[in-house]
Design a protein around this ligand. Structure first.
Ligand SMILES: C[S@@+](CC[C@H](N)C(=O)[O-])C[C@H]1O[C@@H](n2cnc3c(N)ncnc32)[C@H](O)[C@@H]1O
Length: 211
């Protein structure tokens, strides 16, 4: 039994439109691409895991859902990955991501897409950093989470991989929610903290394989 979180503004499209509107202004005036959600260290750990995996190739078809400013894809492009797509339901996020990629002359496809409406294509790797979290904070979170899981499942090629990083759910909660359709392949180590003698992580990063 999953205990849902309370809905918050982070689960609304308006919040993200406002957020990326400001980020577009910052990028125009200072060239700053904006926030790296959960920080650069976690982003690097995910990429290092991808580099070490024999299931992912430089030509694998990779999509970042809820890509925001697209910095994750920029890093992948700089590592030599060639088949990269970013999707976000925020028009402003997609505008910003396109501007950043253009300035670096990188070939990344970006589309406006609500993951809850489903994806148009299938992919070898689906990456999500913070988007399932946002979905989990929306109104009707339970229904939306189930839609998300179903749509991600449908859009993965057979043997496809989902890499998901969350600050709202622990590794075992993610496994519980995705476990019916996916098997847990790896847990990407994230920085640990110790509180009252207990060791935990603030962020969980899991790799699932389509069953
Ligand atoms: C916490 S931010 C993370 C952004 C980016 N993944 C990163 O790591 O910087 C969540 C992102 O998910 C997007 N998002 C939330 N719900 C979505 C949905 N239903 N479909 C597509 N994108 C969504 C938001 O617009 C926002 O860009």
């Amino acid at each position: 039994m999953v205990e849902e979180h309370d809905a918050s503004e982070l689960g609304t499209q308006d919040y993200w439109e406002d957020h990326y509107k400001e980020e577009i202004e910052n990028f125009s005036s200072h060239g700053d691409p904006g926030e790296i959600w959960f920080g650069e260290d976690i982003l690097n750990r995910i990429i290092r895991w991808m580099e070490s995996s024999d299931l992912i190739r430089k030509y694998s078809k990779i999509v970042d859902i809820g890509c925001g400013n697209g910095v994750f894809l920029i890093e992948l492009a700089n590592e030599g990955y060639t088949n990269l797509t970013g999707l976000d339901y925020s028009v402003n996020a997609v505008t910003l991501a396109k501007q950043i990629a253009k300035r670096q002359d990188l070939n990344i496809l970006y589309f406006i897409c609500d993951i809850l409406e489903g994806l148009q294509n299938t992919y070898d790797v689906i990456h999500d950093k913070g988007t399932y979290d946002a979905v989990s904070l929306s109104e009707n979170a339970k229904e939306n989470r189930l839609k998300y899981i179903e749509n991600v499942y449908k859009s993965l090629s057979s043997n496809g991989i989902l890499i998901i990083t969350s600050c709202n759910w622990t590794q075992s909660e993610l496994d519980q929610q995705f476990g019916e359709k996916f098997s847990l392949l790896a847990v990407i180590p994230t920085p640990q903290f110790k509180f009252s003698g207990k060791v935990g992580s603030v962020v969980s990063s899991c790799v699932f394989k389509k069953k």
